[in-house]
Design a protein around this ligand. Structure first.
Ligand SMILES: *Cc1c(COP(=O)(O)O)cnc(C)c1O
Length: 474
């Protein structure tokens, strides 16, 4: 976006003449906005920004698109452009936004928002911390032991290891146990999750050979048994997180697969991705497998994400038999995939909520799944009530809609919600959407039926007040 140049004098001047009125880089940097920007961006970067602003203006003058302008006008326009260039740069960083889309695990907006306790724990850990130090003995300690022990307790696994994300976990397990050998997988599970996680690609990268069996909709235990040979290392089961095959389908149970794997001396590995550790079926999430169920069924190793249904920080959790996890812990790749102190701190705090039994009060993802349409409607009514006092141009109305779990989980789950449909007498839906997105704390909404839709399911009470303030000013 560039600001237009207005003219005050009536006679058009020659380009060369106008060029002489352009401020120098130095003048622009020393002007009031330049000074402010320098405080944040430093001198040389501010000078670079000023240089491109002036070069842009010079181009426009030579093109003849700036016919009349005084020195003062040119400086003013250059100032505006400098400020907007800096603002646009600042906005490209990671900053807080308000997610009013109703998509709970919004991957582009950072997936699971953390609980208050997890945020505090993370901030607390950001100085020195007892990451690999046993305060009790004063000796070197092991990293991750508390998060791991919480997880062992919660999901009933023999051992647990935390890595950077679930993709890293899958790559790690397959590299450590299947490199140079064969991995058996049903055709119905050769899925792509979130665009850049494709099961066949991960397998190839890990150095394993793929043995596809069965058909897209039906695979039998005998199909697995038939292809297992001396080179087979792993039977892989992947939860097709973001899509469903319905109708005439079948696949062997995990426990039957576990028996077969044991008989044949191969590893049964399940990648369940979303990784719920509490039952969410009463909210309609009927086919999100519980991690505990996989462990009980006898899988050797299971992997899942920390920032999907678990509601914690980005990480990948590898859980399973002690023998398997110990090998991973000693594997040279672990050093490259391990997580930092902030992740452990946030994960521990998240898991503690589960152990206390307060997960539905504390963990935002679970709270947002559990909140009913009626509760959202009540909030929406109050919300509209507090805005109506404000702008006369705004029209707000409650309409029925649906929220989504997101994060490539539970694609067919319908979470009924009450949306606030916003329209404006002088702004189109897309102008309104843009205005909200450009708010001091960007507000992310969706457009439907030519109106901006706000789903309070994913908006916290604190953010609700900010939203009211932004809307009231329109
Ligand atoms: C989401 C998902 C992944 C990737 O997890 P990240 O934590 O995003 O790396 C892998 N496998 C399955 C089945 C998933 O659902």
């Amino acid at each position: 976006m560039s600001s237009a140049i207005s003219s005050s004098s009536s006679s058009a001047r020659a380009s060369n003449d106008i060029l002489r009125s352009l401020p120098s880089v130095d003048e622009l940097v020393r002007a009031s906005s330049g000074k402010l920007i320098t405080e944040s961006a430093g001198e040389s970067h501010t000078a670079n920004l000023a240089r491109s602003v002036i070069a842009e203006l010079r181009g426009e003058i030579l093109e003849g698109s700036v016919l009349v302008a005084t020195e003062g006008e040119l400086l003013e326009v250059a100032n505006e452009r400098l400020v907007s260039a800096w603002k646009s740069e600042e906005r490209k960083g990671v900053r807080r936004v308000i997610n009013a889309t109703g998509v709970i695990i919004h991957t582009n907006l950072g997936r699971a928002p953390l609980s208050e306790n997890a945020r505090e724990a993370m901030a607390d850990a950001s100085g020195y911390g007892s990451l690999e130090f046993a305060v009790e003995t004063g000796k070197r300690g092991k990293r991750g032991i508390r998060a791991e022990s919480l997880l062992r307790e919660l999901i009933g696994a023999e051992e647990v290891l935390i890595v950077n994300n679930c993709a890293a976990a899958a790559f790690f397990v397959l590299t450590a146990f299947a490199s140079g050998g064969e991995v058996v997988i049903s055709r119905g599970e050769m899925v792509e999750i979130g665009g850049d996680f494709r099961v066949p690609d991960v397998l190839e990268q890990s150095g394993a050979t793929l043995r596809e069996i069965g058909t897209t909709n039906r695979t039998k235990l005998a199909d697995y048994a038939k292809v297992i040979n001396a080179n087979t290392r792993v039977l892989l089961r992947v939860h097709p997180s973001n899509y469903r095959i319905v109708g005439f389908t079948s696949m062997p149970s995990l426990s039957d697969l576990a028996v077969l794997a044991r008989e044949k001396g191969v590893i049964l590995y399940e990648d369940i991705g979303s990784g719920a550790i509490v039952d969410l079926s009463r909210f309609g999430l009927n086919d999100e497998p519980l991690v505990q169920a996989s462990i009980t069924a006898g899988v050797d190793v299971v992997t899942f994400s920390g920032d999907k249904l678990l509601g914690g920080p980005q990480c990948g959790i590898v859980a399973g038999k002690a023998e398997i996890i110990d090998k991973l812990r000693k594997h040279p790749l672990y050093r490259a995939l391990r997580v930092d102190k902030h992740t452990y701190a946030a994960l521990e705090a998240t898991l503690e909520a589960y152990r206390r039994g307060t997960e539905f009060d504390e963990i935002p993802v679970l709270r947002m799944i559990a909140i009913s349409k009626e509760q959202i409607r009540e909030r929406a009514e109050r919300f509209i009530g507090s805005i109506l006092a404000g702008s006369a141009d705004l029209r707000l109305e409650i309409v029925d809609g649906v929220s989504a779990i997101g994060g490539g989980a539970a694609p067919n789950v319908v979470l009924e919600t009450a949306l606030i449909a916003v329209s404006h007498a002088r702004k189109s839906a897309s102008q309104l959407e843009l205005t909200l997105r450009n708010a001091a704390t960007p507000i992310i909404t969706r457009i439907s039926d030519d109106r901006v839709m706000i789903d309070l399911r994913t908006v916290s009470e604190v953010e609700e007040a900010e939203l009211i303030e932004s809307l009231s000013g329109l």
